[in-house]
Design a protein around this ligand. Structure first.
Ligand SMILES: [Zn+2]
Length: 63
């Protein structure tokens, strides 16, 4: 009987995983790498830290 319960559990897990995958926030798919140094960024941020953001803005201003 335990086997049947395990199978049901696995199915439920697969379903939850596919739901979560489809519900990924769009912004985390947007930026995967820092726009300045190309390091991976957390939570889909455009820059890995404030320094990179500042440097990127400075460079874009041509300063
Ligand atoms: Zn960076």
């Amino acid at each position: 009987m335990a086997d049947i319960a395990d199978d049901a559990n696995d199915l439920a897990q697969l379903e939850i995983q596919s739901i979560l995958r489809n519900r990924m926030p769009t912004k985390s798919a947007y930026y995967k790498l820092c726009r300045f140094c190309k390091e991976p960024t957390p939570d889909g941020h455009a820059f890995c830290d404030e320094d990179c953001r500042d440097d990127f803005e400075k460079r874009n201003k041509g300063a």
